[in-house]
Design a protein around this ligand. Structure first.
Ligand code: G6P
Length: 497
């Protein structure tokens, strides 16, 4: 009903995610202050809530008594889209510390995260973790219902209410919400988007309660995944584990008396924002040496250890790069309470220390390593000034670093090296690909990237940039809403691009 980049009038929407779109930190006077997330997803989804008078259900990051304190308004200086969401639009879910430990560290990140990334050896299965997952999903479902009731009171009789649930933390919530809404005779449209891969049947079925997860998700009218393979995996699991009738070509699953639609909806980035940041950011890296850049949350799925080992091989196989090229690896701390993540940090610290000790000279080190968060402007400068981005996850739902890198190639374009095991690999055809499990292959791709002619770099990057500029995060958002088949989704005059 509307064109690609014309902003639709958003329906009253309840967005549901594990985390709220901001974190709370104590200010100088001891009061809570909101620190908005600058992530592309939040930036895209926040206006849906703000503009539709919608509500956001999520965990505030606090426990016990602290979690009961009122949510503050946004700082007057905050000009991010999240600032448009008032405290009255936030429905926080409060969790107890123990419950969170089992639900988040245990089930979400100790079981689903590795399993869905096809790394079953890293996945632990504990009944008490899953019990907490069920409990927390129930809590979210109850909270969503209070949000839905409020929107129902406020909206016109024929107005449809959209409930949009995000990610693997909340896979049981859809059917719980559907049941509660049906019991109260409230009609809602329920959609879900999974931000990580959905694994093949043979991996998924390892989870002892796999059928329950499918039944939870099938509470939705539509399910979105990044790429077609994940959609096909889901449909296949429904057929083989639940015996559902499915249409694998049109990605439909029959469940009860409903047909659930499954859609590939590859997420994009706020392209113009990154481009602008890259145009404005001051230079942070000088000199004539070339920089190869890696930027990741410190997570074993990202293949950072494998990447660093491949980089070591580069100097052994191609000594001409010694003193000429260095790796700048930014690793953002993540899930630091989980042992696997602590072990990874130790392994990486030692590995980088060893390689730097082996090759460094007084004026050059092969690896520069930042363990911490950096500002968006600094990140844009890193992207812009790096000759190569080395994006080599072992498995990744999409990978936005690859997309942000191309958005920031505003001057002399660099080369993107991309793993085929990232969702982004499905569409970013002009990137060089290499198998992150094979050091030699990564090393040869690096050699090819570092010696690529300017003509070839320009041509490849032009195509990569064009595609990401069009298929940006707003396009993803509107595609999702279109897929929800809302009858009152009308275009507005605003240009949403
Ligand atoms: C992935 C997930 C998100 C999650 C993010 C950061 O991108 O898909 O849902 O928020 O990682 O992880 P964290 O556990 O810190 O929320």
């Amino acid at each position: 009903p509307f064109q690609k980049h014309v902003k639709p009038k958003f329906p009253p929407t309840v967005v549901v995610s594990n985390r709220l779109p901001f974190v709370l930190k104590r200010g100088p006077n001891g009061n809570w202050q909101r620190h908005s997330s600058a992530g592309g997803l939040v930036t895209a989804v926040a206006p849906v809530v703000a503009d539709s008078g919608g509500l956001w259900v999520g965990w505030s990051g606090l426990f016990g008594k602290e979690a009961e304190e009122p949510i503050p308004e946004a700082d007057p200086e905050d000009n991010t889209p999240t600032a448009g969401i008032t405290s009255a639009q936030i429905f926080p879910v409060s969790l107890e510390r123990d419950e969170f430990e089992y639900y988040y560290n245990g089930c979400c990140n100790g079981t689903f995260w590795p399993l869905f990334h096809s790394m079953p050896d890293r996945a632990a299965f504990k009944h008490e973790h899953y019990d907490a997952y069920v409990e927390v999903n129930n809590k979210f479902a109850e909270k969503v219902m209070s949000a839905v009731r409020l929107l129902k009171q406020r909206s016109d009789e024929d107005e449809e209410i959209l409930v949009w649930i995000h990610d693997y933390h909340l896979m049981l919530a859809p059917s719980m919400i559907r049941e509660l809404a049906e019991a109260e005779d409230i009609h809602i449209k329920l959609g879900f988007f999974l931000h990580i891969p959905f694994p093949p049947w043979d991996i998924f079925r390892i989870f002892p309660r796999s059928a329950d997860i499918l039944l939870g998700l099938l509470g939705c009218g539509m399910l979105g995944f990044h790429v077609e393979d994940y959609c096909k995996n889901f449909v296949d699991c429904c057929r083989r584990l639940l015996g559902c009738r499915v249409d694998s070509t049109h990605l439909l699953v029959e469940h009860g008396f409903r047909t659930v639609r499954v859609r590939p909806l590859p997420i994009g980035i706020p392209f113009k924002r990154f481009e602008q940041l890259a145009l404005e950011a001051p230079r942070v890296m000088g000199g004539t040496q070339k920089v190869v850049l890696g930027v990741d949350r410190l997570d074993y799925t990202k293949g950072i250890v494998e990447r660093v080992k491949a980089f070591e091989l580069l100097f052994e196989k191609y000594p001409k790069y010694i003193g000429q090229v260095s790796l700048l690896q930014v690793a953002v701390p993540s899930r630091t309470d989980v042992k696997e993540y602590q072990d990874l940090k130790n392994e990486l610290d030692q590995l980088i220390g060893r390689i730097n000790g082996k090759f460094s000279s007084p004026s050059w080190s092969p690896i520069r390593y930042i363990f911490g968060s950096i500002s968006q402007s600094q990140l844009a400068a890193f992207y812009r000034d790096s000759a190569v981005a080395l994006v080599t996850p072992l498995r990744d739902g999409m990978n936005l670093v690859a997309k942000e890198y191309v958005a920031c190639q505003v001057h002399d374009p660099g080369v993107l090296i991309l793993s085929p095991f990232a969702g982004a690999g499905e569409t970013m055809h002009e990137a060089l690909t290499c198998n992150p499990y094979e050091k030699e292959d990564v090393c040869d791709a690096l050699d090819r990237a570092l010696s690529m002619s300017e003509d070839e770099r320009v041509m490849r990057m032009m195509h990569l940039r064009r595609r990401e500029e069009v298929n940006n995060v707003d396009f993803w958002l509107y595609s999702f809403l279109r897929g929800m088949e809302l009858h009152n989704l009308e275009p507005t005059d605003d240009d949403g691009s």
